[in-house]
Each structure stands twice: as C-alpha cells, then as structure tokens.
Ligand binder design. Structure first.
Ligand code: AMP
Length: 443
C-alpha cells in the first residue's frame, strides 16, 4: 500500500513573537491594584453624587459610532477596530463610551425613569492610534453621563465629580480647559465663519486639511502642525458665534465653577474631535509645577462635553439632551506624582501557612477557609513538601507569623503558630485560631 507522504507541521510563531499587540499591555503586580484602587474610589465618589453603574458590551454595532462620532474624525477614518462576524454583522470595538450609554438609555426605555438618569462606567476602549506617551491602543476610562436634562448644573456635576476623583488620585495643579460650541444654530454659524477664514489660507493647507476644511472645519483647530499654528491663533472663536441661550448656558456653567472654586481656563481652540458635542466642551489638563517645567505638552487627563443631538443621530425620534465625559485611567496610573489608591480588599497577608505530609495537605484548604471567613488573608506554598523550603519562602516574603500543620496537629485539630521575629511558638486549637491570630497580629 502506498504510504501517505508525511506532511510537515505548519511552521508556528515562537513564543517571543506572540507578545501583546502594539499599544496594549498586561496589567500585573502592584499596577493591577492601582487600577482597581482608582476604579473603586471613582465608583465610590460617583455613587455619593447619585450616579448608578452601567456596563455596556465591548463590541457594539459599528453604526453606533459611525452615525454619532462623525465621518471626518480620526476615530472613524483611521482608529476604529472593526470586524465582521460569521453571521455578517459589522461590529466595532468601542472607541468611547458615551454613544453606547445613550444606546442603552434608549434601548431600555430609561426615558420613563425620573430624569436625569446619571450613570457611571469603566472598562477598556480601543483606538488604533500611534502608541506614544500616554497614548495606547487599548486604554481604560472611567466615564460619567447625565442624560435627560439640558440644565447647566448637569455639566457642572460632571466636571465637579471628575475634579474630585482626580484630586483624590493625587493630581495637583489641575485646570479645566473649557469652551462652548453652542447649539445647532451657533455651531453652523461658527462653521461658516471658520470656513470663510481658513479659505483665505487654503494655499497653506495640506490635502488632509483641505478635506477637513470641506467637511469638518472645526477639526482644523485641533491640528498640531507647526506651520498652521499662527493661522489657528487668529481664527474666529466659537464663543463669538453663541446665541443668547447658549451664552446664558455657558455663563451659568462658569458661575457654578467659580462658586465651587474649580480653576478653569476658557480655551477657544477646544472643540474636541467628535461631531456630537454641543455647547460645553471641557478637558482636564495638569499644569506643570512651577519648579518642574516640562518640555512636553501637558496631557489631558480627562474630557467630555454636552451632546444634545447625539440621541437623534442614533435614530431616536426626539432629541435627548445629555452631558458626560471620561477620565483616562492609564494616564493617572502612569503618573509619577499620583497617589496610589489601594483597593479595599487588599490586605497584606500577615500569616504564612505551612503543611507537612499528605494528611496535613488534605486539611490545609479547610484551615485557610476558616481564616478567610475571619478576614485573615494567608500566603502558602501548598505544592511544596519540605519544612525548610516552606520556612525559607515565608522568610523571603517577610511574613511575620507562620502556621504549621504537621501530622500530630492534624490528629489533634490544632496548629503551631510561630513568631518569625523571635522564633517562639505555641500550639493553638484550629477552632481558636482566628481569634488567636487576630490577637497576636494586633500587638
Ligand atoms: P476622549 O474619549 O478622547 O475624550 O478621551 C478622554 C480621556 O481618555 C483623555 O483625556 C485621555 O486621558 C484618555 N485617552 C483617550 N485616548 C487615549 C489613548 N489612546 N490612550 C490613553 N488614554 C487615552
């Protein structure tokens, strides 16, 4: 019988080639607790101010974002991760949270709840950007949305809660850059004024900028290109196009900020990339300390704004006013002066558990469970057998108390508790162990 030719297995990538994708990273060790601690604190503050939690899927129908963020934005043109499922659905990895939360508000009929509906969320977001300082492809945000009111106090609640969270995380020298883009009427007047202005300099624009001039002239103000800066400096300001109602709204927001002692800077260039913003737009910027000036431009730690026309862009029959934004959690954790917030569950174990022999191994998880119920975290090395090896690990981890469960103790339902600093030890019945440990570690 002819033998089948043996085929070579397909060549496989080496493990070194299977690193995390560019711009994405693992969160391990102490960093993990810093993220968790930050999120816990942010959630707690949001709850105190009356916000409720929401979690939306990481994947959404792509149209949620293409209809709202705007075609001529970096996110839609270049940065969104999209995929087609086997069933043919076009999905996108969420690049931001607001559109999804508004989708959820409409989908779950939250219009019938007492208004406004105040929601907070956190999780990963994805943008295919060029990774650089403070810019990742997978990044985490903590967001707030107040939906169902157009009152200026809602804008201020969002800014105030973000500012409190950032202060609690140790961010100092904070300033809110703020601007108003006005309502539909003002926005269209402003777009016209900008278009007329930039047309005069069309010779200085590159191809992409010419396209922006046609479709989204506001985004020209975001340009970082050196040659354009002087032209941008002299461009008309959105506040000059505000009608009476938008002017009044902006004035009220600033008055509230004054009364809350929140430092702000009116930045007429702040238009933010997304199409759906109306009236208030804001960003939290950290000013460099006077004694530590930096050459690098300050990074935005968070930002947001009002989005009174977003719901209709999603297909809602009526406009639903709202305001919100998000803090970039990675930027806070990477920050060298930030305060590392610790999660509540994190307790440094003060006890190391050692077992000797098979019977002791069998019983060990039962003893650890008794200690867990008494809120006493335990380190162990249950895979090891030798007393010397386990004691060596306990010593390396600098844990002050060791519990030893040997064969004799298994029979007597007891353990030996050893003080690692003076090597003294005492036999304690397992039923008395939690109280005994609490007593000795409290000393
Ligand atoms: P945005 O959704 O663009 O308004 O961003 C809100 C905040 O999220 C920003 O102020 C940043 O702190 C953070 N952020 C946005 N994009 C990224 C990114 N690519 N990498 C890390 N953080 C980001």
């Amino acid at each position: 019988m002819p033998r089948k030719k043996e085929s070579k297995p397909p060549s496989r990538a080496k493990i070194e080639d299977l690193k995390t994708p560019k711009g994405m990273h693992d969160i391990i060790g102490d960093d993990y607790f810093s993220y968790q601690g930050f999120i816990e604190k942010a959630q707690e503050i949001a709850l105190y101010y009356g916000f409720s939690p929401i979690e939306t899927p990481i994947l959404e129908k792509g149209e949620i974002f293409t209809r709202t963020i705007g075609d001529f934005t970096e996110i839609i043109q270049k940065e969104m991760y999209t995929l087609r499922t086997k069933g043919g659905d076009k999905l996108a990895m969420r690049p931001e949270g607001t559109a999804s939360v508004m989708r959820a508000y409409v989908e779950h009929g939250m219009r019938t709840l007492p208004q406004p509906v105040m929601l907070f969320y956190s999780g990963p977001f994805f943008r295919h950007e060029n990774p650089q300082r403070g810019r990742l492809r997978e990044f985490r945000q903590f967001g707030l949305e107040v939906i169902g009111t157009d009152k200026s106090i809602a804008d201020v609640i969002v800014i105030k809660v973000f500012s409190t969270i950032l202060e609690e995380a140790g961010m100092s020298n904070l300033c809110v850059d703020i601007n108003s883009l006005g309502d539909k009427e003002c926005r269209s007047a402003y777009k016209k004024a900008l278009t007329a202005y930039f047309r005069k300099y069309v010779g200085s624009l590159n191809t992409h900028e010419k396209e922006l001039l046609r479709y989204n002239p506001l985004r020209l103000l975001d340009s970082k290109r050196g040659e354009l800066q002087e032209i941008i400096e002299e461009a008309p300001e959105s506040v000059d196009s505000l009608n009476a109602a938008s002017k009044q709204h902006f004035k009220e927001v600033l008055e509230y900020l004054d009364s809350l002692d929140i430092a702000y800077n009116i930045n007429s260039r702040l238009v933010r990339g997304l199409d759906y913003y109306s009236r208030t737009a804001f960003e939290f910027i950290e000013n460099p300390a006077d004694d530590n000036p930096s050459d690098e431009p300050p990074l935005a730690l968070g930002g947001g704004g009002r989005y009174d026309y977003l719901a209709k862009a999603l297909g809602a029959r009526k406009d639903i006013p709202g305001v919100g934004g998000a803090i970039g959690i990675d930027r806070i954790i990477m920050h060298d002066t930030g305060k590392k917030l610790r999660p509540r569950i994190l307790k440094k174990p003060k006890v190391f558990f050692i077992q000797l022999g098979f019977e002791a191994k069998l019983k060990s998880l039962g003893v650890i469970e008794i200690l867990r119920k008494a809120h006493l975290p335990v380190k162990q090395s249950l895979g090891k057998d030798s007393l010397t090896v386990q004691l060596g690990i306990a010593e390396k981890t600098e844990i002050p108390w060791v519990i030893i469960l040997g064969q004799k103790e298994v029979i007597e339902d007891s353990v030996i508790v050893r003080n690692m600093s003076d090597r003294s030890q005492k036999t304690v019945l397992i039923k008395d162990l939690p109280d005994y440990i609490k007593q000795v570690i409290a000393k």
